[in-house]
Design a protein around this ligand. Structure first.
Ligand code: PAF
Length: 280
């Protein structure tokens, strides 16, 4: 496994792998890797000849300076995990290797076709502009055959599918299931910032989501939304930002169960913002 920090070196290595007719798998990450990321990498390794992981804490997708500053970073530990998982190349660029001065400071324009009007898009204005900005750049550099994303970031995944289609990337996007801790808590790099007692509290989020699934037959979406909101409110230290039940394809809020739907939640546990979702 090699670690490269410049686009030039990355492109040379990719061209070399492609000239040997190798299929390229790609997992974009912001580092602080956990078992959820490693599942993505292992899936990529099982389906491709040459596997690339990027580690880049993308400043343009953060709309809160303190969140960006506190985002956990641990490249040495990440590299050990990636080597073990069978990764061939880590791309770990600096901000200047990726963005020009003007790119750092303007909002990347993209027509999300309404996918960004709810949930993360509503509460983190500009977040998805930054995600599309960085992922489209990484796709252009890495030119993978397949790229792997976790379903925990459900809205992000929908937007990556849209972006891939609209920008005509010839890349297969592979949706990978949420990986959970034994307590049910969805794996996230942000979990590292939880205290031991907060980690226990945070497990209530998935517990409430799983329980909500039991009552889809006797509650309308709005009633179920209210039930989840009330249950979260009962847990000390959890502060709900949103819970929405949306059409799994359009991400628009639904009023009846006639379409495939997903319940998406964002909750603060202390200062740490966590997201999760469940299919109904
Ligand atoms: O999901 C993430 O970790 C990030 O949003 C991504 C896709 C690596 C882009 O920075």
């Amino acid at each position: 496994m090699i670690i490269v920090t410049t686009v030039e070196k990355l492109e040379t290595e990719i061209a070399n792998a492609r000239s040997k007719m190798k299929s390229i798998g790609f997992v974009p990450t912001m580092g602080a890797l956990h078992a959820g990321h490693i599942e993505l990498v292992k899936r990529s390794v099982s389906e491709n000849d040459y596997n690339v992981v990027s580690i880049f804490v993308n400043p343009t997708q953060f709309n809160n300076a303190s969140d960006l500053e506190k985002y956990p970073r641990n490249i040495e530990a990440d590299a050990l995990l990636l080597e073990e998982a069978g990764c061939d190349l880590i791309f770990a660029p600096s901000i200047d290797a990726i963005y020009t001065e003007s790119e750092k400071n303007y909002r990347f324009e993209f027509d999300f076709e309404g996918l960004d009007t709810v949930m993360e898009g509503k509460f983190r204005p500009g977040h998805f502009n930054g995600v599309v900005q960085i992922v489209s750049k990484l796709f252009t550099f890495v030119k993978p055959h397949r790229s792997y994303f976790g379903e925990k970031d459900f809205q992000q995944l929908a937007i990556i599918h849209l972006m891939t289609k609209k920008l005509e990337f010839d890349i297969q996007i592979i949706d990978c299931p949420i990986v959970r801790e034994p307590s049910g808590l969805a794996m996230s790099s942000r979990n590292e910032r939880l205290t031991t007692s907060q980690r226990k509290t945070a497990a209530s989020i998935s517990k409430i989501l799983f329980e909500s699934k039991q009552s889809v037959t006797n509650r309308l979406p709005l009633e179920l939304k209210n039930w989840v909101e009330n249950e979260i409110a009962k847990v000390d230290e959890l502060k709900l930002e949103y819970f929405e039940i949306v059409d799994a394809n359009t991400l628009q809020i639904i009023n009846n169960w006639s379409v495939a739907s997903v319940g998406c939640i964002a909750v603060f546990c202390g200062e740490v913002r966590l997201i999760d979702n469940i299919r109904y």
